[in-house]
Design a protein around this ligand. Sequence first.
Ligand SMILES: Nc1ncnc2c1ncn2[C@@H]1O[C@H](COP(=O)(O)OP(=O)(O)OP(=O)(O)O)[C@@H](O)[C@H]1O
Ligand SMILES: [Mg+2]
Length: 568
Amino acid sequence: MLLMAAVRANIPARWIWAPRTTNARPRIHTNQTTINLNQINQLHQMAKITNTKSSNSPSSANASSPSEPNPMNTKITNYIRAGYPGLYLVSPEEQRVDAEMKQIARDLKYHLMFWSAVDGLVDTSKNATTAANDPLEALVAIRDMNDKTIILLRDFHLFLQDPNPILIRQLKDVLQEAKTKSKTLILLGCRLVLPAELEHELTVLEFALPGKEQLNQVLDGILESAQLSVIQGEQKDKILDAASGLTTIEAENAFALSVVETKSINPIIVAREKAQAVKKNGILEIIETRESLESIGGLDVLKEWLLKRRHAFGQRALEYGLPTPKGLLIIGIPGTGKSLTAKATARVFGVPLLKLDAGRIFAGLVGQSESNLRAVIQTAEAIAPCCLWIDEVEKGFAGSKSSGQTDGGTSSRVFGSFISWMQEKKAPVFVVATANDVSQLPPEMLRKGRFDELFFVDLPNQQEREAIWGIQIAKYSRDPKDFDLVQLGKMTEGLTGSEIENAFVEALYLAFDGEKEPTDLDIASVLTEFVPLSKLMAEQIAGLRGWAKGRARLATSIGVQKGLRRIG
Ligand SMILES: Nc1ncnc2c1ncn2[C@@H]1O[C@H](COP(=O)(O)OP(=O)(O)OP(=O)(O)O)[C@@H](O)[C@H]1O
Ligand SMILES: [Mg+2]
């Protein structure tokens, strides 16, 4: 008691935590309809009952049966059996982790305790509570616990954000002692907050997102609750594919919402909800795109390269033993269709497109960038097969060259992890990175083995400009036959695809103002005032071309480059 009093006196006031005031469910927002939240809550409650009812049976939604391989369960079990005193589980899925830990404790015949600042220490076998709400009190109580106990500590990372030296010491002492007594402390948090003092004391484990089998059980739970018939075959695969990358709660929400909106489970609604869920952290976004290879004028070599791989993510390719393509780096002059190609790539492979804002990975908090990257990789791998598009990659990873001068080495460390993931990844995640400033690109990125190919996109040649004019004119609902594409191509030498589009849009404005349809003459008149980027940036473009020689493959074939006729 005396010790406790002395310890308590040192706890800063900010550690006194207010009790939970509400148990309200998070609100579900959709941009289409106002949903009756009561209906959804009812479904959740019923689904929960269904899941708890079967929680001891092999078909439980939360705990996998012994016959199903559950790598997460095996991993944690092995760590506990090996006497690891401290694990740090990173996961936003508290309920799933709880269920998994109950299963593990049962299998290992260990005692299981839960701790939170609100509930104190709860003995799960007796449902008895010890009022050790303060983290220090909890650690002291843990020291006195019996051998063979697992203690799951919720939100403990929040106390490590600005750590109290006494708390750190106490935790280290408890961990030391736990080693000899078959006790394992498991810190559970939605993100990683690990002060240097604890880096070697705790083993960090990323709790994997639910696999198809677990999502399937969530789906069955919702179908049963909503009294809908079981879904099988292709339709079920579509729903599960749409849900992969979601947590169990998010998947349950999406399924329930779909039932309320359509009285069935519609993969399109699930995919829409996933797009919103993925967007939440602002780093990843699922892009819906209509762009296909037909939207791109020119770039024949690049298109051919992609087409050759169009079945690479299919079952047949897997059976054939084809290695899944890693990715593509597209370098080139601004406005020449790099982003456009990245979008079309996903269509070629027939997979979802995820856009990564690399700059956003680097958050202010220490350790946050690493966990951001891990979350990105986890989501991409769960959604796989997919395309991961990193636009203007040089800007996102620019800080990685600083070698620790400006940010304590975080950027280079995170970049290093990203690069090694790219090289070693087994999941079918095809990375398409685009860049237009090679001087900012970290050299490691260009090394062999990172990308399957590196393409350079130059200014379009005559034949390509003609094709781009045709595409752009059709894009704005006009008939290319009404225009002289060859002449337009000649007039726009030195212009990028993006500038050709701008010129046509200008001509449309001009014609609209004159209350008529646009003609070649309107375009010619717009072009007289046009200063192409290639004039303004002549030096940079020459530099880029020089750099690309021998380093990158040309996206346009030489024959086409020279404007030669292609035969055959
Ligand atoms: N080869 C092309 N064929 C058809 N349209 C093109 C082509 N290149 C550019 N465009 C048009 O220009 C727009 C902008 O191109 P895009 O964003 O792909 O350029 P970018 O190379 O990514 O440029 P930046 O380096 O500035 O990001 C496209 O949406 C498209 O309408
Ligand atoms: Mg771009």
